[in-house]
Design a binder for this molecule. Sequence first.
Ligand SMILES: [Zn+2]
Length: 615
Amino acid sequence: MRRIVTIYACVMLAVTALPAAPGRAAALVLEDERPATHRTARAGVRAIGGRVVHDFADLLIVDLPAGSELAAYRLRGVRQVVLAGAASTPRGAGASPGLAAWAAIASGGWRGDRGPLPGGPLDDDALAPPAVNLDAVLAAGRKLKDGGGVAPDAGTTGGPFGATAANTSEFLAGSVSLNVILVESDGSHEISTENWSSAREAEVVSRIALGAEWDRLQEPQAEVSFVYHVFTGRTDARARTGYEPIRHPADPSGLTGEDLWVKEILSKLGYASGDRFARVRALDADTRRADGTDWAVTVFVVDSLVDIDGKFADGRFAYSWIGGPHLVMTYDNGAWGSGRIDMVLRHELLHSFYAFDEYQASGCNCTDHRGYLDAVNLNCEVCNPLAASCVMISNDDAMCDATRRSVGWADLDGDGVIDVVGEDPDTVLDPLAAEQCAAPVLSGLATVVAAHDRNTFGVTPAVDISVNRIVGVEVRADGGAWSPADPEGSAWGAPQVRFAASVSGLAPGAHRLEARAIDDHGNSDGTPAAAEVLVASGAAAEGSGVRADRSDGAIALTWEACAGASFYRIYRRTTPGGDAILVGESDGTAFTDGAGGSGYYDVRPVDACGDERSD
Ligand SMILES: [Zn+2]
């Protein structure tokens, strides 16, 4: 049912749409892993003003607004709340990837001295995938739900506003699904030499979450969050291959490495058509649709515990396809070691969102440019002797401006918000009659606006995409205070929402009514939609020329027509100053008062707005 909010132009109603104040990190251990429990808990976190930043099957890592800790304890679907810095730890800590990730993140595991970094850089680790064949992606997709991999979530949007199924990682803002596939060999094609353990699975996922957390923290405006789906080949047959991947070359561009086992595993996950790029892209697209997230990236981790050097046979150990759909790491990551999985992941994940390599051996070039905001690789140390410390140059704990722009983090229009989430939403009003009798109803459509996609890389379709959502519309009259409208039909929180609000209390005369949309990144429509209306006054002219004739005990009244009258009300008084009693109405200019004996009559015109003229 549509509910209209009536606002009074003279009432001051202030509405603010401020981002939540920095809060406190906490882990919410869920009662079970059912999708319904997940949805309930996530909705509860939103309701108390919190934000889920890492989402695991059994646990949510959240930012709680200050003062909401007690409310968190009462959330449905939540079995245990563990606040950062608290002495208590989740029951069963370490037994699941989610619990291990919380332990790592809560302890600030990416900080501190982990010994000198290995001398060598990541080795030629950013690779250009073939141009996406969207038809192949669509043909391969929509299988995951049937395969039982990820439960469909209610209210999914199927990706951010404007994105095709192939645009699965265009800029790093909003929510990101991560499929973490811990590849296990089953010995069916060749001898199996590597075998995961549950402890190392939890270690890897926790370090991946640490790396994701580092990326997330680099730009608060981007409001990055992650949803994890962990496929452990040790227990999940779909993540198994007959090959022993570490004994093969990675051969990312050929057919003797990842092509063998990625295609095999994707088939088992329900993606059996197309090349491995189409299959993983389809998995990513399906995952984000199921999760209701903006982006998705798949992370393959190949076990290398037994392997001597922790590298594939061709010397590779970690690499990423630029702009997605996936990246590949080994457990040891060559000389980096399993203790630095987070450092390798944070670097490779940024490649998935178009970041450049900047180290000497990458052969980078200071004129290369790519990414949603068309960043130039200015921090490349081949050509820039003053290249700054950066995660893409030597995996330092730093994020240089060039890298920031390459993943979409630049405020090129100078409005104080990074462009990819900084465009003001748009508000369009439905047509409104210029003349209004009372309480005009403003209705229309609020839409997020995407920053323009300037990416020249050409692998995925070039489309403008917004991860923002409409969270409200405000209306006002004559430059007065803004008041909230109501969403029409659905709720706020979608890229496009219809709205309605009734503006009452307007005096007769001309008024300017305005509406402005507000999004979830604090942007509001700087050029509100406006409508000029004329609220009618009691516009009918005063009646005149009333004439009364007595006939057979009744009083027959006639009068001159009044301009602007839609009908007339007839009143009778027994004395000139007495109470006027309504005796009838007439659409025309005559009325017979059958009960009339004697008295004094008023004939009052009523205008189209129902206003009666009584003077
Ligand atoms: Zn790299």
